[in-house]
Design a protein around this ligand. Sequence first.
Ligand code: HEM
Length: 515
Amino acid sequence: MFDQLHAYVVQNQTLSATLVSVLALVIAYFLALPREPVYPILPNVPLVDISEVKKGQVELGNLQDALATNCEKYRGQLWQLKARHGTVVVLPERFINELCYLPEEFVSLEAKNTDRFFTQYTRLTPTSIGHDPAHLLHCVKHDLTRNIGSLMKEISEEAEYAFNTSLGECNDWKEIALGDVLTRAVALISGRVFAGPELNRNPDYLQSIIEFTFVAFKAIEAISRYPVWLRPLAQFWVEEVRGIHRSLKQMERILAKVVPERLQLIAEGKAPSNLTTWHINSVPAEKKRDLTVHAHTQLVVSTAAIHNTTLLTTHIIFDMLARPEYIGPIRDEIADVLSQEDEDYLKKSSMPKLRKLDSFMKEAQRIHPLGLLTFERKVMQDITLHDGTVLPKGCCFAVPAYFMAMDPERWGNPEVFDGNRFLNLRGDNAVGGKYSFIETGIGQNDLIAFGHGPHACPGRFFLNNEIKVVLSHLLMNYEMKLQDGEGRPEDIVSADGIAPAYSKKILIRRRKNTA
Ligand code: HEM
């Protein structure tokens, strides 16, 4: 009897202890859960709700209309946009200057990205792998920009290789999907600058840097479908999130030989100038051999660089083919600039002379902004704006780039495509000066497509050279036209902005008078 009682008590004690442990684990799990960001709603500020959409509808397709209507209706005022991913305060441009120089402790691009891209699962920011973003930013902002001049020969060589290998002889008109051909060209050029000639034509490397953006965006979409409490577990079985980890591992394998060799070359003072070298030089001693941080940097910079560049270049070419009257004068300008060079490729110093091309590129970017919103930030501490409005901690804000680019009060005739618009505005201003492609601004006739202030796209100086090399190569060596009877392909308005009809076929053939 005593034995039975003892057994019962022991058994129940074990059961109770197990139950208590399970309960403690469940409580700990819920306490450790990242919170769904709660975006405070500003009182007395108009709220426009586009979050209620039927399944299958592209939610932010409504964003274009919502911006056009409400930026006009609330001109000069703040208003709030409630979208599926949260609420964002839409700011008129008069607030940008007082916000853009505030430190990260007040307004943060990183925190906005963390919320928006679920980076604790998707690992899309350096901080999400415990790495300081300053290294990546230093490489793009300083090393890449400073080295553009010495990289121009390689950029031109790679453009030539890319088009020769994709297009072949191409003596007769050939149908191509412009987006595909440009993606490969931009990836080869970017890879040459990010990893050098020993890797950029390696099919595994090339495929990794091209596909990572798609892998990343699928993972964001997939994890967002899970309730916040399940995400810490779901990350282990959601195939798309696992895809991110596979891509990172694959890039680590690709770099496994390169990084130690590069360290050796750096020690010998013989290292080539590219992102791999700059990043090794930038990180602290204990991370120099860390393949994870180098692999992550290669993929994250590729995500920022390759697809945006391809989409913008596709927009520009579609605009040229729809308005062939611009092509002759731009070609003459390129030929003239090339004839002044002592080598047969464009140098960094050639760029300020390509004024018609620069203006055309900027006008194409104005009419087809890749992002409808820009200058997106999260508020980290309450901020009082100059008119007394308080932006509370936790809210996100953005500036309506699309509306600013198409606002009749800023442009007079915003609907008209005028390839010489910025050429005429610019007068004698040098490149980098007002109204040139790389300039960002918030005044009359300024564009903010690259953001504004200290976080404005640091890749745009490289991009400016890269796009001009690609376009010059195509214009000087090939003829292109739209398919018979077709006008400029219709843009695709999506959750991310205004993309060109990427897979649309155009016709191309080698120019008769060139080799
Ligand atoms: C058409 C091409 C591109 C567009 C439209 C574009 C646009 C932008 C925009 C709007 C931002 C955010 C700015 C802000 O919020 O103030 C940004 C940031 C950034 N871009 Fe670009 N970009 C392009 C190409 C590139 C390229 C080629 C690179 C690298 C080589 C690059 C690297 C970056 C980086 C690293 C940031 C983050 C800056 C920071 O956190 O301070 N981008 N870009």
